[in-house]
Design a protein around this ligand. Structure first.
Ligand code: E4P
Length: 216
């Protein structure tokens, strides 16, 4: 499973990129709205120049015609921009047109296997099931990841599954085990993934022993 970071914050993206683990970035309107004094398009260009991978920018329009217009503008910003579209009939109309032009599309706000199948058949390069938000309403988000992975494998569908709305490291391990191709997550979850008390304890012991060494 590859790692995407789910943020529009450039400092966080630079930090995760410096760890050598980053294969892409996802943004959404809520994440972009948190960023002050920078235009959406400028921020996407900045990210796309730094990270060699898919950078998702989401359209705001709800009708297919304007989604296509916005999607084309986003895709023109940089060759690695992926157009993020919501899982609606208009979103899929726009997906079919943009994918037909060779643009990469990420269909977002997926909460069922049928939605993922529809998005894949409309030409989406990526489908984004939101597992944390399903957990929030008492469903099992991870079951959805596993079901989509199974359906895509049975039918040889090559759209990549982005496990989205990841809330903690356990989600990451389970999404990887259940066949997600990509996990997109906040930097906080990535930082938590580094942590293990035995790693800290081990470093402490190595350094303490080093201090006791006797040089020849
Ligand atoms: C994915 O592309 C979404 O931006 C994201 O994962 C949503 O996560 P949230 O449910 O934590 O807002």
């Amino acid at each position: 499973m590859k790692f995407f970071i789910d943020t529009a914050n450039f400092d966080e993206i630079k930090e995760a990129h410096s760890w050598g683990i980053l294969s892409g970035v996802t943004t959404n309107p809520s994440l972009v709205a948190k960023e002050k004094n920078v235009s959406f398009h400028d921020r996407l260009k900045e990210i796309a120049a730094l990270v060699d991978g898919s950078i998702s920018g989401e359209v705001i329009a709800l009708d297919a015609e304007n989604m296509i217009k916005e999607g084309r503008e986003l895709a023109d910003l940089a060759p690695n921009i992926t157009v993020k579209l919501p899982m609606t009939p208009d979103g899929l109309k726009a997906c079919a047109v943009l994918a037909g032009e060779g643009k990469k599309v990420n269909v977002t706000l997926i909460f069922s296997a049928n939605q993922a199948l529809l998005a894949a058949r409309a030409g989406a390069a990526y489908v984004s099931p939101f597992l944390g938000r399903l957990d929030d309403i008492g469903h099992n988000g991870m079951d959805l990841i596993a079901t989509i992975a199974e359906i895509f494998a049975i039918h040889d569908i090559d759209s990549e599954i982005i496990a989205a709305s990841i809330r903690h490291p356990q989600h990451v391990t389970e999404a990887a085990l259940n066949g997600a191709h990509i996990g997109t997550m906040p930097i906080k979850v990535m930082e938590q993934m580094f942590k293990h008390p035995l790693t800290d304890k081990g470093i402490e012991a190595f350094l303490a022993d080093w201090e006791k060494r006797t040089e020849k």
